[in-house]
Design a protein around this ligand. Structure first.
Ligand code: AR6
Length: 173
């Protein structure tokens, strides 16, 4: 059984197996949580990301996930995923956001990682409505974890109070 929890915290401070980064397709850093993770992890992370294969849609297409070392962070690994930019909801955003959670959890399990901390993917710069995004995060993670039966702990890391309250309500905690 997977334990689901919610905290209001800076994700870079967490001592879990994997933290998830809400990245962009270049995987070369940016603002928001991506910027915070790169700053705290140090230059080694950027160097490893640069070495990842770069394809037509960048190093990580929207909805997919990639794994790297964690360098100066207390976690073991970083899973980078690229959420969809919100364009009004009719451009497959929900399915792409669900893929981010699914692919990140599956990649963690494949690498023997059983505690994962997620930020609120796409709800910052990419503009995804917070309530809809939270519902997708909780539903998808619950389904994927139940199916895999390998993940001990999922932590939804909220930076703002609205997200924190939304997740608490959805998880009934
Ligand atoms: N710890 C936890 N959550 C955080 C932190 C932190 N240190 N910093 C911000 N958040 P965003 P996106 C929250 O914009 O919408 C970047 O430039 C934030 O409050 O980081 O997926 C990338 O390079 C929000 O709730 O990610 C991409 O270009 C959540 O993290 C683009 O932004 C996600 O906000 C990705 O946009």
């Amino acid at each position: 059984m997977t334990n689901f929890s919610v905290i209001q915290e800076d994700i870079t401070s967490l001592n879990v197996d994997a933290i998830v980064n809400a990245a962009n397709s270049s995987l070369l850093g940016g603002g928001g949580v991506d910027g915070a993770i790169h700053r705290a992890a140090g230059i080694g992370l950027l160097e490893e990301c640069r070495r990842l294969p770069d394809g037509q849609q960048g190093r990580c297409p929207t909805g997919e996930a990639r794994i790297t070392g964690a360098y100066n962070l207390p976690c073991k690994k970083i899973i980078h995923t690229v959420g969809p930019v919100w364009h009004g909801g009719k451009y497959g955003e929900a399915a792409l956001l669900a893929s981010c959670y699914k692919n990140s959890i599956e990649l963690a399990a494949k690498n023997g990682l059983s505690s994962i901390a997620f930020p609120n993917i796409s709800t910052g710069v990419f503009g995804y409505p917070k309530e809809e995004a939270a519902k997708i995060a909780v539903k998808t993670s619950s389904e994927v974890c139940a199916c895999l039966n390998k993940i001990e702990k999922i932590i939804f890391v909220c930076f703002d109070l609205l997200n924190y309250k939304l997740y608490k309500e959805l998880l009934s905690i």
